[in-house]
Ligand binder design. Sequence first.
Ligand SMILES: [Fe+2]
Length: 161
Amino acid sequence: MKRNLKEDKTGISKKDLESSIKTLTSVLSNEMILYTKTRNFHWGSVSGNIFTEIHRLFENQYLELAQVIDEVAERVKKLGGQEMGTTDEFFDNATLRESTQNIDRDKMIAELLSDHEQVTTELRSSIVKLSETNDYGTIYFLTGLALKHESKTWILRKHIN
Ligand SMILES: [Fe+2]
């Protein structure tokens, strides 16, 4: 991964900045996988009598994830890092995996639920890890992100039959 870490003059050590950037890079990768998967499921959910509700639910979620992706990438930039931009890099740095093809709508919901639960769990661990640093901005940012994933988890869980 290319990095262009310049000296920080806001009181965060280089070591701590690197730790935050590494965490955010992993988060960005997972958000990209989750965005792509949610968008793919939006396209694949075009059938059945609750087509509109689930189709729109997935659309709302991928639109929110697109916003999150920008915010994470911008946070990397603010810390002096170099955000990733290729699918190969995202795949290498993600802990989530792409879905198998042609799964039904219930399995799509279950898979997205599981992914959001995993991302939320990993965010909690990252927040604990970063609490040893004084990068409170990133800790606050990741806490807000965990809340967003908790909301999506809650909504998806309500759609499990
Ligand atoms: Fe659409």
